[in-house]
Design a protein around this ligand. Structure first.
Ligand SMILES: *Cc1c(COP(=O)(O)O)cnc(C)c1O
Length: 428
């Protein structure tokens, strides 16, 4: 077998490519938490497709169902016509996820990506309330189309819009200024005071743990108070669970433990289960005032993803899966706190919730170095935050102890290498 020339990507693919720059190799195969490249080198995947592969790569049960469906000439494309695959997904999602949690959301299928569900949520909130503005939060990330960019914090990504991003007011997220400042007292003053320059918005949109913005986890109390404020002012609460949902923070929805009930929930990434594109927008029934076809998308009925999504929900039929995530997350967080304590040179802080965690380092440029040392040693991790100051751990939720131990050991070696490297005198 001839080896792929990695320069192909440089020659033929746009400059916009990014992950290949951090992981300069050509991958061929993946299974569970492992990936292999063309040289046969094995990698432990603590990246999980940025949260699109919460169940790992090529889950055997999902794969079997999908192959069977394809071999039987099951419907692949159908816009939003009725198919058995969609009916089974809707029924299973209702029985396994919504009903046991006392939720009665209507399910909307926008286009199959995260930014599609966010756009649909913003549009619906404006339609329902007749208001124009949205409150977003510092370091929020919601996608790359214009509406989603308008509620995204990152200046580099915002600038890419090339036009002014209107009708949004950004407020400070929990602990944005410092742990002492009550950001919600500040927010409420703006809503309260007619001289604040801020109109009552249609909605607030937030992530309960900010994935791209630096693994900032809002406290449950902060989230509860947000819900109260929204209720008091008749503002809709949109939780963007595209990255933090589907078990990533320990429960199916990231907001369960906070005890809140958002008006609209955005999901994509791992909702398809297998890494296939699928997005859903969950809507409180009273708000479902869409006219038929008022929002649509050619690929809003991805039947292959319905098949794997339905199969993935078998992980949620009892509490074993959740209990395992809880056990694993304690182990990971203890490890991160130990790294922070054992390597004071990195000036680190352990962050996050569940399997959505990382270490923020005050040392400029350190986190990307840790990620690149990890890659050399066969561990895939990425960085997060406005200055890439966080190295982010996103193991698949299905990973076993052996895989977790292996990944964490490589991570420690990588931190050690960066710390020692920074002390060595530069030699030519
Ligand atoms: C990834 C992400 C999106 C955008 O999803 P795409 O599928 O890339 O459009 C939106 N919101 C959050 C929180 C995300 O992490």
């Amino acid at each position: 077998m001839t080896k792929t020339n990695i320069n192909i990507f440089e020659q033929l693919e746009s400059e916009v490519r990014s992950y290949i720059r951090s992981f300069p190799t050509v991958f061929t195969k993946a299974k569970g938490y492992k990936m292999w490249d063309e040289d046969g080198k094995e990698y432990v995947d603590f990246f999980s497709g940025a949260g699109a592969l919460n169940y790992g790569h090529n889950d055997p049960k999902m794969k079997e169902k999908l192959v069977e469906y394809i071999m039987n000439d099951g419907i692949t494309h159908s816009l939003d016509m009725g198919t058995t695959a969609k009916a089974e997904f809707l029924t299973t999602f209702n029985d396994v996820i919504l009903k046991p949690r006392n939720l009665d959301y209507k399910v909307m299928f926008p286009g199959p990506t995260g930014t599609n569900t966010v756009e649909s949520a913003l549009k619906l909130a404006r339609k329902v309330t007749g208001r124009t503005d949205i409150i977003s939060f510092t370091n929020g990330f919601h996608g790359m189309t214009i509406g989603s960019l308008s509620v995204t914090g990152n200046s580099f990504k915002r600038k890419g819009a090339g036009i002014p991003l209107h009708n949004v007011v950004t407020m400070p997220y929990d602990s944005f200024v410092n742990d002492g400042l009550d950001t919600l007292e500040y927010l409420e003053r703006f809503l309260d005071d007619k001289g604040s320059g801020v109109a009552i918005p249609a909605a607030m949109i937030l992530e309960t743990v900010q994935g791209e913005g630096g693994i900032n986890a809002a406290s449950f109390e902060w989230l509860q108070r947000i819900e109260e404020i929204c209720k008091r002012w008749g503002i809709l609460l949109i939780v963007d669970d595209v990255q933090a949902g589907v078990g990533r923070t320990g429960t199916f929805f990231s907001f369960e433990k906070a005890g809140i009930k958002p008006d609209i929930v955005c999901m994509s990434k791992s909702i398809g289960g297998f890494g296939l594109p699928l997005a859903i927008t969950l809507i409180r029934p009273e708000l479902d005032i869409w006219e038929p076809g008022e929002h649509n998308g050619t690929f809003r009925g991805n039947n292959h993803a319905f098949i794997t999504a339905t199969a993935s929900l078998s992980y949620w039929k009892d509490s074993e899966f959740e209990n395992n995530i809880e056990k694993g997350s304690k182990k990971i967080f203890n490890f991160l706190e130990k790294i922070v304590a054992d390597y004071p040179e990195i000036q680190g802080e352990a962050r996050g919730r569940g399997y959505m965690v990382g270490i923020m380092s005050e040392v400029e440029g350190l986190s990307p170095k840790v990620a690149s040392e990890a890659f050399k040693r066969g561990l895939i991790i990425e960085t997060s935050g406005p200055n890439d100051e966080v190295f982010k751990l996103f193991p698949p939720l299905t990973i076993d102890d052996e895989g977790l131990d292996r990944g964490l050991a490589i991570l420690e070696e990588s931190v050690k290498a960066v710390v020692i490297g920074s002390k060595e005198p530069v030699t030519s």
